[in-house]
Design a protein around this ligand. Structure first.
Ligand code: GLN
Length: 492
């Protein structure tokens, strides 16, 4: 390694690291070894469910060979890791559940394949809430994840391992998934950048399904610039494998990062600034909005009148879909099977009772109930109707503005255990991320300050359909003017 001390590798973003690799300032093998060592040193954070050293070193050697022969991909040799909800051939996939303990997928998720084709080297699988159900990562069947900014606090969820890994600089970038906020909220709580694209832009093939009409993959990294590099490789049609993948070509999301924000109209939904918003979070958001004004944007008051309804609507639709999706985990096709049982029904019952955790069982029960004859019309159908109204509300708002801004979450990350026995308290904290999810809109979290206990605060930016490039541009310009995304928790 020439100019650079290997100890500094982890403070490089994806863009710099990719350049150093291409210019052979560092080899992919050295980078992989460096990050694996960091992952091992910081095992106590609980960010990883498995680390795949041998496969990673093989992939790194292949990356070095491509660099040597001048065939480097956009992310050649860049170490990443995947949320353990993406299936992977070379590593175990658990979805954070005992149900899939020991499971090996015979194929890779499309997103995993695409990032590998771009040259990224996967080092392992990241901890998450069981089947991506949760807001604190405490629903992982294996272990909780600690927030690197304060290890007595949660990192957010469900992509908590992903967010903690980037915040602690165990990796420059990772994948996550967002059904109702699971990229944006942990990114906010851990002080990193994350984006969920428009529903249908990234293939869901091989992403273990939670709520299929909501689930989307996205990148999490230090900066918007780095998220753009990953997202550009993750999107694109996958018609043979995901029927909901949209026929919209992959895009280079880096092209418009530096566009001027002069004249950008930022909609401020009044419902996102009500009583429930903690004063420390509000102060950071207000300061960020003032910064956007300085950058040339105008702030426009808008209304998203059904914001509150997004909680009951989401917590009907998501469990309904989950109850159907999770019926495949029956002890026959995948993973866990109870050891002792009397007959087939008893095998199903015991397998599912042993394999699923409390939150997953709760959602299967709620979902089965709202889909049952007699309640379908009263709950599920009503929720679908309001979901459409919420999507329409956004379209009315976008007549007055180009992007929408507000908090990601009402508070900073709470203490481990604080809401662990209170599912409703967890659900309520999703209020600002659920509306955009229900509408299928792209959304991101951008580090914008610090609140109570020195904990990071994220600014949420929501765009109209296919507005990812605009969002990343707005985030990048903000990050050129501020350094919140570059600050690191002490000791990392
Ligand atoms: N917190 C939400 C839930 O528990 C969102 C999870 C997600 O986006 N996967 O369902």
């Amino acid at each position: 390694m020439s100019a650079l001390n290997s100890k500094d590798l982890h403070v490089q973003g994806v863009a710099q690291l990719a350049k150093m690799l291409r210019e052979k300032d560092v080899s992919a093998v050295e980078a992989t070894q460096h990050f694996i060592a960091r992952i091992r040193q910081n095992d106590g954070l609980g960010a990883f469910l498995s680390v795949n050293e041998d496969a990673a070193l093989d992939a790194a050697r292949a990356a070095d060979a491509r660099i040597a022969s001048g065939n480097a991909g956009a992310l050649e040799g860049v170490p990443i890791a995947h949320k353990d909800i993406f299936v992977t051939k070379d590593a175990p996939t658990t979805a954070g559940s005992k149900m899939l303990e020991g499971y090996r997928s015979p194929f890779d998720a499309t997103v995993v394949t695409k990032l590998a084709q771009a040259g990224a080297v996967s080092l392992g699988k990241l901890n998450c809430d069981e089947f991506a159900m949760g807001s604190s990562n405490e629903n992982s069947a294996y272990k909780p994840v600690k927030n690197p900014w304060d290890v007595s606090r949660i990192p957010g969820g469900s992509s908590g391992g992903s967010a903690a890994a980037v915040a602690a600089r165990l990796l420059p970038a990772v994948t996550g998934t967002d059904t109702g906020g699971s990229i944006r909220q942990p990114a906010s709580f851990c002080g990193i950048t994350g984006i969920k694209p428009t529903y249908g832009r990234a293939s869901r093939y091989g992403m273990i399904a939670f709520a299929s009409s909501l689930d989307q993959a996205g990148p999490m990294a230090v900066s918007a610039e780095d998220c753009a590099l990953l997202l550009s490789q993750m999107c694109g049609p996958d018609p043979d494998r995901d029927s909901t993948s949209l026929d919209v070509p992959a895009e280079d999301f880096s092209l418009r990062l530096n566009d001027s924000l002069e004249g950008l109209r930022i909609g401020i939904p009044k419902e996102f600034f009500g009583e429930g918003l903690a004063p420390d979070v509000r102060a950071a958001i207000d300061a960020a909005l003032a910064e956007y004004r300085k950058l040339g944007a105008t702030l426009v008051d808008i209304t998203l009148p059904r914001t509150e309804l997004s909680i009951p609507v989401y917590y009907i639709i998501a469990p309904a879909e989950a109850s159907s999706n999770l019926s495949r985990f029956d002890g026959v096709k995948f993973g866990h099977r109870a050891k002792a049982y009397d007959d087939l029904t008893d095998m199903y019952r015991k397998t599912r009772a042993e394999g699923f955790g409390d939150e997953v069982k709760r959602r299967i029960m709620i979902g089965t109930y709202v889909l049952s004859h007699g309640y379908y019309d009263a709950y599920y159908l009503q929720a679908q109707k309001i979901r459409r109204m919420i999507a329409n509300d956004f379209q009315s708002a976008f007549e007055q503005c180009d992007v929408i801004a507000g908090p990601v979450a009402p508070t900073v990350a709470w203490k481990l255990g604080d809401k662990a026995d209170d599912p409703v308290a967890n659900y309520l904290a999703d209020i600002f991320t659920l509306p955009g999810s229900l509408a299928g809109l792209p959304g991101m979290s951008v580090p914008c300050g610090f609140g109570e206990g020195g904990m990071p605060v994220g600014l949420q930016l929501i765009g109209n359909y296919f507005g990812e490039a605009r969002l990343l541009n707005a985030a990048h310009r903000f990050q050129q003017a501020t350094d919140f995304h570059l600050r690191r928790p002490e000791g990392f």
